[in-house]
Structure formats: structure tokens, C-alpha cells
Design a binder for this molecule. Sequence first.
Ligand SMILES: [Fe+2]
Ligand SMILES: [Fe+2]
Length: 337
Amino acid sequence: MPSIKKTQFIRDLKEKDTVSSPFLVKFSSIAMGKNGKPYMNLVLMDKSGECEARIWDDAPVYAGQAVRDAFIQVEGRCQLYQGRRQIVVSKISVVREDEVDPKDYIAEGTLDADALYAQLLGYVESMQDPYCKALAEAVLRDDADIVDRMKRAPAAKSVHHAYKSGMLEHVVSIVGTLDHLARHYGKYLDRDLLFLGGFFHDIGKLWELSYDRVTDYTMEGKLIGHLVIGVELVTRKIRELESQPGRIPGDKFPEEKMLLVKHLILAHHGKLEYGSPKEPHCLEALVVHYIDDLDSKINSIRVFTEQDQTPGRWTALNRMHERFFYKPDWAMPENPA
Ligand SMILES: [Fe+2]
Ligand SMILES: [Fe+2]
């Protein structure tokens, strides 16, 4: 039983609030102030969000305590700095893992993972081509480890869908959009191939990232990356299908189809400088690339706009997109002052 009950959450912190709560350290570094004094930059998190924090005094004393992945009790005050909240810390102390309930600290999506997964399997079920469908089933329905990872994994470390089940939310959203586009463009797009691109483009992230607590890159992620991990998985699953008599017609996966599936994964970043070894060379690869990009941008701008605390209709500067965003009614506080 956790002995420290968490009652204060990052989502609810407002300017001038007194902060006294345990948090999980997502990021920690020491920097040098203009006055030559070291200070600490922290990103603290709990299940409701994350917030930057600064320790101005005695930084070297706290450096060994406020390390990434540690739980710490924080005393301080919430301030607004350039439109964003920042906790100015007066004191921290280390909290043991068995003193807290880990569920309070892992960011969750707002959608139900089991319901999303049922939707995903519905898309698999609707596929026509026996080879593409068997491959999707082998990966998404029959592999218990993948099912478990898909329900938990975020889609990225920080950029978009960076919360529990974010990966699943991202994939279901993309495949739903691909379904519309397949209908719209008719015979010019292969719906089953598009679906495999949606399902598999980021599947390597299940092993590229570790997400038991703070999301980070694994050794495999740093050395190999999710595009190649995804291609390796597809190769392995196709060989397994071929070795199980009767799983696919003729017990042989068509060579060209296999190459196209791999191409969709390898080309989904769109450009060589974004990490794709091949640019899209067929319409399905182009569509998967654009829809992936669109879905991640919509999510990252939506979350940024929702979390922005700047008074009025405009957000603070979004550094990634280098612009301010207009805040529609859904992003405004319920009772604007
Ligand atoms: Fe990707
Ligand atoms: Fe993606």
C-alpha cells in the first residue's frame, strides 16, 4: 500500500499556487546561471501532464537526488514564465517507489485502450486480400506480446501522442483516415496495403522505446531505430506464416507484396533527411507518409493548445512549429476571467 497519497496534480496547478506534492522526474540537468551559479532544470510529471521546474539554490546538493526516473517530494511555488507554468522549487526530498502508487505518475490517453484495440481488430477483419489479412492477424491478433505492448506504448518520447496507449490512438486514427481515402480514390489506392502501412509504419517503436515509467529510447532504438525494427518484424512474421501449412494460400507470401509492405514502412518519414532510406515510390507510401505526418501534427498542436495557460485567444510561442496558435472555444478555460 502506498503511504504517500497524491492529491495535487500538474493539470490543476495555477500561477501562484503553493506546490507540495510528489512527482516523477522526467528530465534533469544542471545549467550555469548568468551570475555564475549552477541551477537545476527539471521536467516533472504525473499522470495529468508535465511541468518545468527550476532549483535555483543548492543545485549541486540536489543533483544526485532529482535524477531521471526518481520520485521526489517537491515543495515550491508555481509561476508563469513566457506563458508556461514553471515550478520554482524551494526544497526536494527523495521518495521511495513503494511509497507511491505508480498509476498516479504515468500519463494516460483519454480513450479506452480495450475499446480502441477492438476497433483496430475490426479494421483487420474488414481486409480482403488473404495475404495482407493473414499478416495483420499474425501481428496484431495472434501475438500476445505485441497486443500487450500496443495497448501500453506511447507513440513518441515527447512530440505527439506521448502518453499511455498513444501509439494505439495514433494507429487507429490513421487507419480510420486511410479507410476514408481508400473509398474516396477508389481503384487508385490499394486499401489493404494502405492498412498495413497504417498498422506497421511505427510498430518498431514498441521496441524502440521503453515505456514502463518515463519514456526513453532503448539500446535497440538508439542503434537500429523503428523503421528497420518494423521491417525485421514483417520479414519474421511472413516467414512464420509460410512455415505454418494452410495459413496463407500456397504457403508462400507473394514477393512483390512483401516488398511493398516493407517499402511503406521504410518510406513513411517521407524524406532521406527525416530518416527514411527511401522516399515514397508508390501512391500508398505517399498517402501513409502524409497521413502519419498530419495525424502527429494534429495531436501535438491539439495537446499544446489545450495545455497552454496564456490568458486570451493566443497561445505562447510553439517552438516546434515556430508560431502562435489561435485558441478556439474547446481550448479555453470553462469560465474565462
Ligand atoms: Fe515513424
Ligand atoms: Fe507515426
